[in-house]
Design a protein around this ligand. Structure first.
Ligand SMILES: [Zn+2]
Length: 645
């Protein structure tokens, strides 16, 4: 390995061979190191751990480049080669995790052998836990069953995503019933030969219709269709998925799936999840009532006898409250966010805060719109970043930070990529917020790429903490003094502070309702799994459980006859841990409380945060890093104050 940045291919023709060859070389090195551990391990526990960690580094190189290029490369051939490389790396990782001989190598290391090296000891504990959690130490019959269960879980997960993705429902209405929708939307949805417009449950259709259609029946019909996606097909799939996760967790020694999953997260144990949900719900009680009161007041102008606002009318009336009570003209806001100025502003703001500079470098990239920079601190190159920020065919559709390489001091430079889909001209402000958010992940990746272990490099922190640095950086995209440094209109006039204040106030409206909705989802994600510990025959019906949890947590009433859980996709990827985003937000708000809001460019707190939270990566528990930065354990107060604001 070398600390020079990775040299990407210089011509389009060279890409397929380059991706293939890099994957082969790196996988061969990984296999060689692991084979050596089995047959001829180096002397000393630290050397064994190092060899395992480096094998993981090579494997990570294949998985990272595979995942990135499979999502961004313009040539389909390259995307396919990259996808295959990523899958091959995943197969090898699974094979290692179930390799009894390999497990025995680490089981044979005594704790005293690493006593003098805290990070090696931390790594050893994690490696052993990984193996235990995979069930590699169980008898042959149990391991065969675990393999079978894992494969079935993967199948169910994929089937659940496929059904919910493909189950697009529609309603057909006459054009006049779509009054209220924006002109460009209506132009893109002409009536068919029978004089009807088809509205699908896909987001670009259903979101604007729920928000803008003045016809209440249309709003209700599309909402019901949306909430019925996946039903009833996915119910048995989900039932089997939850049961198998429970079986897997209990087989390897946990009380239930949520405890298995939480064991490697900051929250630590399963029962801490419902306790967190209840705590957030209590903090959100008053803010939710305040939001609902304003909503109902507005609603009663149209429906004087209403006692509550039904779920299908929420988006429409929340938007009316925002539009009528806050003076925010979205068209005017956009004029201040020219893409090129925003990108430069982001680099200047974060450079100033964290003592960094970003030097543009003219190097080969996978598409002409991608820009590359070296991240420099005190004349030393810390890493390389690539910004790939506009949509194109075949590219990843969301916003995310991808890794190209993880960094280890003296061995490999950290390189990361932002993949987003922003307009090339004027941007929406929420896209500016997204850009700051994703850049928070990218900084974490680069700054934490200078330790001694791949396992702890970059954003290798607990999964429920990983969104805290990114959510915190969003705060700078809401600060008038920060925005005025780059958000200027065509005449060069900076965005007025009053407009930013109005934007913030409008954005704040509804956050009590939002927090309670999120806790309803988090409660479903937890209880659907935890309920599997009940005696057979006593596991609650999913619809009944959902209705009960919606009544307890959500701000808005259940819409009779609907089955929202049937298309709640996060039950796949997040499983019992949907609480994580809110958990990270609580910590982000607490960390932000250590900054002086009247001095958004103050560097004292920013540098302390950089050095104590970001630079260490996964080398310590996130709770300890946060406590080191704040000088106390993290608390809920800042979050609760923000919610009540
Ligand atoms: Zn994020």
């Amino acid at each position: 390995m070398t600390t020079a940045p990775l040299a990407l291919p210089t011509t389009p023709d060279a890409w397929p061979g380059w991706v293939r060859e890099r994957a082969e070389t790196e996988l061969a090195r990984a296999r060689e190191l692991v084979e050596g551990l089995r047959t001829d391990p180096p002397a000393g526990a630290a050397a064994v751990l190092r060899q395992w960690d480096r094998a993981g580094g090579h494997l990570g190189n294949v998985a990272a480049a595979g995942s990135l290029l499979g999502n961004v490369h313009p040539a389909e051939e390259v995307r396919e080669i990259a996808d295959e490389a990523e899958q091959e790396a995943q197969r090898l990782a699974t094979q290692w995790s179930l390799d009894r001989g390999l497990y025995d190598v680490f089981a044979a290391i005594a704790d005293e052998d690493v006593a003098g090296d805290p990070l090696a000891a931390r790594l050893l504990a994690k490696v052993r836990a990984d193996f235990r959690r995979s069930g590699v130490d169980r008898d042959d019959e149990t391991r065969a069953r675990i393999t079978q269960v894992r494969e079935r879980i993967t199948e169910l997960d994929q089937e659940f995503s496929r059904v919910t993705r493909d189950d697009v429902r529609t309603i057909r209405v006459t054009p006049e019933r779509l009054a209220g929708l924006p002109e460009d939307w209506l132009a893109a949805h002409p009536a068919d030969g029978e004089g009807r417009v088809t509205v699908t449950t896909d987001y670009p259709d259903s979101v604007p219709v729920r928000m803008f259609a003045r016809d209440q029946d249309v709003r209700r019909d599309i909402t019901v269709a949306f909430l019925e996606r996946g039903w009833p097909t996915t119910e048995p799939l989900l039932g089997e998925l939850f049961a198998l996760r429970h079986e897997l967790a209990t087989t390897v020694g946990y009380a239930d799936w949520a405890s298995y999953d939480a064991d490697v997260k900051m929250i630590g144990e399963g029962p801490a999840i419902p306790a967190f949900i209840d705590r957030i719900s209590a903090a959100a009680e008053e803010p939710m009532r305040r939001d609902l009161t304003r909503l109902l007041e507005r609603y009663r102008q149209d429906f004087p006898d209403a006692a509550e606002v039904p779920g299908y009318d929420y988006n429409h009336y929340a938007e009316l409250v925002r539009a009528e009570q806050y003076d925010v003209d979205a068209q005017r806001v956009r004029t201040y966010f020219d893409f090129t100025k925003v990108r430069q502003g982001l680099l200047e703001v974060t450079g100033r805060l964290f003592g960094l500079s970003y030097e543009p470098v003219d190097v080969p990239v996978w598409h002409e719109e991608v820009t590359a920079y070296e991240v420099v601190r005190d004349a030393r190159v810390l890493g390389r970043i690539y910004l790939d920020l506009h949509p194109r065919e075949g590219k990843y559709k969301h916003a995310a930070q991808f890794t190209l390489t993880d960094g280890v001091a003296g061995e490999q430079l950290p390189e990361g990529v932002l993949v987003c889909n922003f307009s090339r001209g004027l941007m929406e402000h929420d896209h500016v917020v997204t850009l700051f958010h994703e850049f928070g992940h990218l900084l974490h990746h680069v700054l934490a790429g200078h330790g001694d272990w791949f396992r702890f490099a970059g954003v290798a922190t607990e999964w429920d903490f990983v969104e805290a640095p990114s959510q915190m950086l969003e705060e700078w995209a809401w600060h008038a003094d920060v925005l005025r440094t780059f958000a200027t209109d065509a005449a060069g006039e900076p965005i007025p502070a009053e407009l930013v204040a109005a934007m913030r106030a409008a954005d704040d409206y509804g956050k009590g309702i939002y927090a309670r909705t999120q806790m309803f989802y988090a409660a479903m994600s937890y209880w659907f799994h935890a309920d599997r510990a009940a005696a057979p025959g006593e596991v609650p019906d999913l619809t009944e459980r959902m209705i009960e949890l919606q009544d307890r947590y959500a701000a808005l009433p259940y819409l009779p006859g609907t089955h929202m859980f049937a298309s709640f996709g996060h039950l796949g990827g997040y499983s019992s841990a949907y609480y994580t985003y809110m958990w990270s937000l609580v910590i982000a708000k607490d960390m932000f409380s250590a900054f002086d809001e009247s001095d958004p460019f103050g560097t004292a707190a920013a540098h302390r945060y950089r050095d104590r939270v970001l630079v260490p990566g996964g080398s310590a528990d996130a709770a300890d890093l946060v406590a080191d930065f704040l000088g106390r354990p993290f608390a809920f107060d800042a979050y609760a104050a923000w919610l009540a604001r």
